[in-house]
Ligand binder design. Structure first.
Ligand SMILES: *Cc1c(COP(=O)(O)O)cnc(C)c1O
Length: 351
């Protein structure tokens, strides 16, 4: 594919490249300057050689950039790299993780369609489904994350999409992605997995049968809490055309500067996820031995009810640990306020 017209289609890497190599090497087409690090194309529009070429590009007869709401080379590099890491054909980058979920629903669903989502999902996602998408004729029901029978029970002839986050936030409950994909496909539905907590470094939902992967790039993909962004990864038709069409028209696109920040994040993603997992495992183990800690939730602990599934489905347990303390909310708030090294903040995956 010619440089400049990309929607995250992959042209210049091999299947046998490890994810670490993909995270560093995929997607950068060097300019005539021979730069080593990816440039930030801080430009809103691109120039045409002639009026005829402008017309041809707008008509789709000639490849190339037009305007950065449609495509931008720095954003495209991020899209191609993340697609390669997730094992998808196409990726579109978005202004935030929520914009990725919105664009996916707008691109793939229509009035009257029904969504089944896991109940334990990101709060704004519930709000998007219940408060906003419901106004446009999309309805949502919520299943118990790990209970396949519950998902099956909620599927209707109008169900088009199953939406799940695994592991869940914050109690690290898992769903069997391959089994849920099989259920979805048996009923003619798509399976969308929000892969925020594992990232492709630890879990690759598309290889397990999922159709679409969603990211809040804000979290681990950045890894240093600097920028808000998101992405949708999947096949060429649904993501490269249908979801891209929404982005191009409605406009919640990623800025070139944010894309560059996330590109730098992808270079170290695998190493960071290994370190997060190792640190979380030590913390979970330590917490488990503390008096006053009633229960620890971490997929890497043998006491986790889905420890075996986590070991099968993820390469490592991830960086999220939750715990209950004796004494209810007052006691829990005292623990939070007594911490000295931890930040009390609304983000995750930051250093
Ligand atoms: C943060 C988050 C989102 C939303 O992403 P934003 O970048 O904040 O819009 C979606 N899903 C999960 C699991 C998240 O943690």
């Amino acid at each position: 594919m010619a440089a400049g017209d990309g929607r995250g289609e992959l042209s210049d890497w091999d299947d046998d490249w490890a994810i670490e190599t993909r995270g560093i090497r995929v997607g950068h087409r060097r300019t005539a300057e021979g730069e080593h690090s990816e440039p930030i194309f801080a430009t809103s529009s691109f120039v045409f050689a002639s009026a005829a070429e402008a017309a041809a590009r707008f008509a789709g007869d000639s490849a190339g950039n037009i305007y950065s709401r449609f495509t931008n080379p720095t954003v495209r590099t991020f899209e191609e790299r993340l697609a390669a890491m997730e094992g998808g054909e196409a990726c579109v980058a978005t202004a935030s993780g929520m914009a990725a979920i919105l664009a996916t629903c707008m691109g793939l669903l229509e009035q009257g369609d029904h969504i089944v989502s896991s109940r334990s999902i990101f709060g704004s996602t519930t709000m998007l489904f219940d408060k906003y998408l419901s106004r446009f004729g999309l309805s949502t029901d919520y299943a118990a994350l790990s209970d396949l029978d519950d998902w099956q029970r909620l599927i209707t002839p109008r169900t088009r999409l199953l939406f799940v986050e695994t592991p869940s936030n914050p109690l690290t409950e898992l769903c069997d992605i391959a089994a849920l994909a099989e259920l979805a496909h048996r009923h003619g539905c798509l399976l969308v997995v929000d892969n925020c907590f594992c990232t492709p470094a630890l879990q690759q939902p598309l290889a397990l049968g999922a159709d679409i992967v969603i990211h809040s790039a804000t979290k681990y993909l950045d890894g240093q809490g600097r920028a808000v962004g998101g992405a949708v990864v999947g096949d060429r038709k649904r993501v490269g055309e249908d979801v891209f069409g929404v982005l191009r028209t409605a406009g919640p696109t990623m800025s070139p500067f944010a894309a560059w920040v996330f590109l730098k994040g992808l270079e170290t993603l695998s190493l960071r996820m290994q370190a997060h997992s190792a640190n979380a495992a030590r913390l979970a183990d330590w917490l488990q031995q503390k008096p006053g800690v009633a229960r620890v939730y971490f997929p890497g602990l043998p006491s986790h009810p889905q420890h075996d599934l986590a070991a099968r489905q993820q390469t490592l347990p991830g960086g999220i640990v939750a715990f209950d303390v004796d004494g209810g909310r007052d006691a829990a708030w005292r623990v939070i306020d007594a911490t000295r090294m931890l930040s009390i903040t609304a983000n995750l995956g930051d250093a």
